[in-house]
Each structure stands twice: as structure tokens, then as C-alpha cells.
Design a protein around this ligand. Structure first.
Ligand code: 5HY
Length: 241
């Protein structure tokens, strides 16, 4: 099977890291392709960045449909454009936040999430509620580092993540911790060893869920809300003049 892993931001080095994480957990027979669009924000840190990343991400999915991609992973913890992506794809489309919460809710009764900037905390809290996991999520914490600082200063990222994961365990009562940024995926095993906590990386969770859904013959329902968009014209600037 072929899974297209899309990093919606435009930072190729982060896409490569995400792709390595996806490859490490995929079955031998699964083809993983990791891509990112051009012209989107270099990192997604808030609602405006999210909105700016979605059109080009959808274009990558349309191209994937023409190439027989079996499933898609949206590798950004805000799950940007997830519902729109499901409208245009035939196969499953998995957001790393939703996948990580499903794994966390399956292996633990209470979990916390550790993300990058404080501004992302309410966005993730709203997603947790939207996905019906609110009563299980003890806290959403932030290491107060920009997304791209994770790869620029990995030592600081590791130290702050260990600190927040231990606080989630000792203060908040978390039984597992979710990494709230695709850029943290390469630190997952290390953080699990350093803290002794079950640490969930959304990229791996999404890839395994995608393999399971495709393997089980599940596709996105086209009955109702995720049906293909109705055909309509798009008014160009010239036409509107
Ligand atoms: C992500 N931003 O996973 C999100 C998470 C965040 O560019 N990739 C991004 O930290 O807001």
C-alpha cells in the first residue's frame, strides 16, 4: 500500500524528519512518501498559518488521488484541513492529533499533551474536545519553543520536553503523554527512555492507523458530509473586475 505523509508547512528538513519517523514504524510492504507544499508558512503556529497551509495541502492530495495513493497522513498536530481533505480523498485521511488521541485513550485512562508554543495550547484543547477526549486529557503543556527551534536546538528541546512530561506525570496525573508537534517525532523513543512514560508520537500513530484501515478495506465514506465537493466554477480576478 502507498501512504502519502504530508507536512503542510514548507520546511523540507522537517518533512524529512517526519518521513524518517513514518518509515521507521511502517510495515515492510508499506510505501511511504513524505512531502510538503511550496509557498506555505515555514511552520504552523496558530490559526492564520493553518489557513494558509490548507489550499496547497489539498492540491497535494488531489495529485495523490491521480497516483493511486491509498491513504493520507496530515502531519501537523493542528490537523489542518482534515475534513476538507476527507472530502477529496477516496481512501482514509488521518490527522496526527486525532490518531494520537485515539492511541492515548486506548492505552491509558488519562493523558497529557506537550506542544511547542503557549499559543497552540487552546487550539489543541479545542481539538481534544472536538474529538471527544476532553475528560481523558489532564493537561496541554507547552515547552515554549517555536516549531523550527526543535531542530535548531534539540538539546534544549529534549530538556524542556523531559521537564514537561515529568510534570504531566507528577502534577497532572497523566498516565501517558502525547507529543503535540510533528517536529517532535524523532525524540519519541528517547523521551520514553528518559521518563519511563508511554510517549505517543502522532506521526507513528497515524501511519499505523492508516495501515490498519487500508488493510481492513476501509475508505472514507462518500455518503453525506465527506462526499466529493459539488462541481462549481471558481470566479477568477479577471472575471470579477
Ligand atoms: C506541527 N506546527 O505539528 C504544528 C504543531 C505546533 O508546523 N507542525 C507545525 O507546534 O503548532
Amino acid at each position: 500500500m502507498k501512504i502519502l505523509v504530508i507536512n503542510p508547512n514548507s520546511t523540507a528538513s522537517m518533512t524529512a524528519q517526519i518521513g524518517d519517523s513514518a518509515l521507521r514504524c511502517a510495515f515492510p510492504g508499506t510505501e511511504i512518501e513524505a512531502v510538503n507544499p511550496r509557498g506555505t508558512p515555514s511552520s504552523i503556529e496558530g490559526h492564520a498559518d493553518e489557513a494558509l497551509s490548507v489550499p496547497a495541502m489539498l492540491d497535494l492530495i488531489r495529485a495523490g488521488e491521480a497516483r493511486g495513493v491509498d491513504a493520507y497522513v496530515i502531519a501537523c498536530f493542528d490537523d489542518p484541513g482534515l475534513a476538507a481533505a476527507r472530502e477529496i480523498a477516496a481512501g482514509p485521511v488521518i490527522g496526527i492529533c486525532q490518531a494520537a488521541l485515539q492511541v492515548a485513550s486506548t492505552i491509558a485512562t488519562r493523558f497529557s499533551i506537550v506542544t511547542t508554543l503557549p499559543r497552540s495550547v487552546p487550539i489543541i484543547e479545542d481539538l481534544v474536545e472536538a474529538y471527544g477526549a476532553g475528560h481523558r486529557c489532564r493537561s496541554v503543556r507547552a515547552v515554549d519553543m517555536p516549531v523550527l527551534a526543535l531542530e535548531q536546538d534539540p538539546a534544549t528541546a529534549e530538556a524542556r520536553l523531559v521537564r514537561e512530561i515529568e510534570a504531566a506525570r507528577d502534577v497532572d496525573g497523566a498516565e501517558a503523554v502525547v507529543l503535540g508537534c510533528a517536529g517532535m517525532s524523532d525524540l519519541c523513543d528517547l523521551l520514553q527512555r528518559r521518563t519511563g512514560m508511554p510517549v505517543i508520537d502522532g506521526v507513528s500513530a497515524a501511519v499505523k492507523l492508516a495501515e490498519g484501515l487500508v488493510g481492513g478495506g476501509f475508505a472514507t465514506s462518500k455518503i453525506g458530509a465527506y462526499d466529493y465537493p459539488r462541481a462549481k466554477s471558481v470566479c477568477t480576478l479577471a472575471q470579477s473586475a
